[in-house]
Design a protein around this ligand. Structure first.
Ligand SMILES: Cc1cc2nc3c(=O)[nH]c(=O)nc-3n(C[C@H](O)[C@H](O)[C@H](O)COP(=O)(O)OP(=O)(O)OC[C@H]3O[C@@H](n4cnc5c(N)ncnc54)[C@H](O)[C@@H]3O)c2cc1C
Length: 635
């Protein structure tokens, strides 16, 4: 076959209808992960290996203690955040109310919420990673306070938790756990945003060798207006790479800009921070010289999946409010919840939220298991924690993108359900809409995270050779020719399993062919990478959702009625995702291939993503009716 970058077929497949449908050697069977085995504990490997449903964690398995933490955070948000904001008519302005925010942080600390990841020795709760994600989910109902406490418990303190010396931990972590010390993370600069390593902030050791003098300007620093501590990233002398420092405000040489005027999260403090010969004791260097960028990236990995959990929490919160309002609001003598157009929005929100939740906690648990495996292998606790999150960097990036877009899309539709009242400041829906928007920008913009997800996968496939993408790709065309029939939904979820498989194949097929054709130039073709990232994201989320519902079925962990509705959630999600995979796939193919190769690739993608015969309207209605009957997000 002329000039094709897909593996060359060797013999004609007699079953094929078209003349250029040809067969390849048989497809190697996908290895299945077993419950308890750690095959599934390799990041990105979901793409080439099948996972056993019973081996994944599902949120139905939260234990009593974890549920208690979730309830406590939920009560805290209602009493300490929502009520004060409501009293202010949903106006909350950090520039005038820093004391109030500080007070809220202290109250959260009294409940232990500022020390979730801090060891008990240092006054924290030392929770496992997945319970930390559960906290992020529930604190999302605290609107902008989620950002404030996120900076305290995540980006502002984890650099010390993971990289600090014992002396640094002893000195700072107890204060962070009680919120006597407010923490912040200062990476971004006016000329260094996404390109964070290009920062100009400098650090010079003084002649006595006792202090670094830090000079420079940081921007968009969350909690900056009332922070006692800044994790500052700066370059020592002419270093190419950043170093990280623990900087106390009390060291002097620090001035703050005015509170930024922002679109949303107005209840969080965001300022510029100026360092003018700020003297930082040499002992306050975090990790080794030049390791700052690594620290910054590793901390962001953690933040990304937390942000996704927050997206799930925000979406659940908004969906519940949308459902309640829709039931109460009457037009044309009927509750608007009875209208198909409104049910569409409710059904869609529930379906998307449930799907993403499945992927977030599947990943969170895998991070915990990987941590245990590393620790049992002799790694220190901090290193094991970091490496475990790093292992799932691909999933974290995909989840960040999808979690933030979920939150933004759901709150947008919930605002629409509220009509004019959604647009008014009176109910706080518009505040949620504004607040959600930042999630697509910070912790790495969604563009950067889409690029990163694919780049990281390619690195593991072709540089470190941790994932075999080539093997499964070679035998794909044969397999595709065998599977090119429309999908018909049956009684079980077998068809749906095939659809998920085909998402993975679509990714492998297109990424393999594009990679072979463009080689290193692929990194400059960002439009193609964006498409690939979307396909990869759908493959992971769809699979996580399917596995969760299969596990629920196997273990009968929900009522028969709920499992029926959840089977509809799977079908509807796949129906929507199929469209996206098909579109993004064709876009990518058209962008890199031409001539015969292009038509062949388009055809193979069509075979992988044929029509899926379901009644999407009925599925959405069924899900929406279930949610409306429960009068809130139902699962
Ligand atoms: C409210 C708020 C709070 C924040 N809190 C903190 C904090 O506490 N600490 C901190 O250090 N930072 C913080 N940030 C900064 C935040 O992380 C950055 O805004 C973010 O990383 C993007 O950087 P930037 O704003 O400079 O945008 P830019 O990097 O200039 O990006 C602009 C656009 O270009 C795109 N782009 C950039 N590079 C590429 C590329 N290579 N390929 C494709 N597209 C690209 C981006 O995706 C984006 O769409 C905060 C920001 C805000 C708004």
């Amino acid at each position: 076959m002329a000039n094709t970058s897909v593996s060359t077929p060797e013999s004609v497949n007699k079953d094929s209808a078209a003349s250029n449908e040809q067969a390849l050697p048989p497809v190697p069977k996908q290895e299945k992960t077993q419950a308890g085995s750690n095959v599934g504990l390799k990041g990105g490997v979901f793409l080439t290996k099948k996972t056993n449903a019973d081996s994944i964690f599902i949120p139905e398995e939260w234990n009593d203690e974890q549920r208690m933490i979730a309830d406590m955070v939920s009560d805290f948000c209602k009493m300490e955040i929502e009520e004060p904001i409501m009293k202010r008519g949903y106006e909350f302005d950090a520039s005038k109310e820093l004391d109030l925010i500080e007070g809220q942080l202290r109250k959260a600390a009294e409940l232990g919420l500022c020390g979730l990841s801090i060891s008990e020795k240092h006054g924290g709760l030392d929770l496992d990673f997945n319970t930390g994600l559960l906290f992020s989910e529930y604190i999302a109902a605290g609107f902008s306070f989620a950002t404030t406490i996120g900076a305290q418990t995540s980006i502002g303190s984890l650099p010390i938790v993971y990289y600090g010396t014992e002396a640094q931990k002893d000195k700072y972590l107890p204060g962070i756990a009680t919120a006597d010390l407010i923490a912040s993370y200062a990476l971004t600069e006016p000329t260094a945003g996404s390109d964070a390593n290009s920062g100009k902030t400098s650090a010079k050791l003084n002649a006595e060798g006792t202090h670094y003098l830090i000079n420079g300007q940081k921007m968009w620093i969350t909690n900056g207006g009332f922070a006692d501590l800044f994790i500052v990233f700066a370059k020592i002398d002419d270093d190419e790479k950043l170093s990280a420092f623990i900087v106390e405000k009390a060291f002097g040489g620090i001035t703050l800009g005015k509170e930024e005027r922002k679109l949303g999260i107005k209840g969080s403090s965001t300022v510029q921070v100026f360092f003018n010969d700020c003297p930082v004791p040499a002992d306050n260097l975090l990790a080794k010289r030049g390791e700052g960028f690594k620290i910054a990236l590793n901390i962001l990995n953690t933040g990304r999946i937390k942000l996704a959990a927050g997206g799930v929490g925000g979406a659940k919160y908004a969906t519940s409010r949308g459902i309640k309002y829709a039931i109460e609001r009457k037009q044309f003598d009927k509750s608007i919840a009875s209208f198909g157009a409104i049910k569409y929005k409710i059904g869609d929100a529930v379906m998307r939220t449930f799907a993403l939740e499945s992927a977030v906690y599947r990943t969170g648990r895998n991070i915990d298991l990987k941590y245990e495996a590393f620790k049992n292998g002799g790694m220190s606790q901090s290193e094991a924690k970091l490496k475990a999150v790093r292992e799932f960097a691909i999933e974290c990036a995909l989840l960040k993108v999808n979690g933030s877009e979920l939150a933004c899309n759901v709150i947008d539709e919930v605002l629409q359900i509220h009509g004019g009242m959604g647009y008014s400041a009176e109910l706080g829906i518009e505040m949620g809409w504004r607040d959600a928007r930042i999630t697509r920008i910070y912790e790495g913009t969604n563009e950067i995270n889409r690029l990163l997800s694919v780049a990281e996968l390619m690195k593991r496939a072709y540089k470190t050779k941790e994932i075999d993408l080539m093997g499964p790709t070679k035998s794909l065309p044969f397999h595709i020719a065998k599977t090119r029939v429309p999908f018909k939904s049956g009684k079980g979820l077998d068809t749906e399993e095939r659809i998920v498989d085909n998402f993975k194949k679509a990714f492998l097929l297109i990424s393999g062919a594009a990679g072979r054709k463009l080689k290193l130039k692929l990194v400059d073709e960002q439009e193609i990478i964006m498409c690939l990232s979307d396909i990869l994201g759908e493959a992971y989320i769809a699979e996580s959702l399917l596995l969760r519902v299969q596990k629920l079925q196997n273990k009968q962990m929900r009522s028969k009625e709920e499992i029926e509705v959840l089977s509809s959630v799977v079908r509807l999600y796949l129906y929507e995702a199929l469209d996206k995979v098909r579109k993004q796939g064709h876009d990518a193919i058209a962008a890199y291939a031409d001539g015969l190769e292009q038509s062949m690739m388009h055809r193979m993608l069509d075979w992988l993503t044929p029509r899926y015969d379901v009644n999407a309207k009925e599925l959405r209605r069924q899900i929406a009716n279930h949610a409306i009957a429960k009068q809130e997000y139902p699962f």
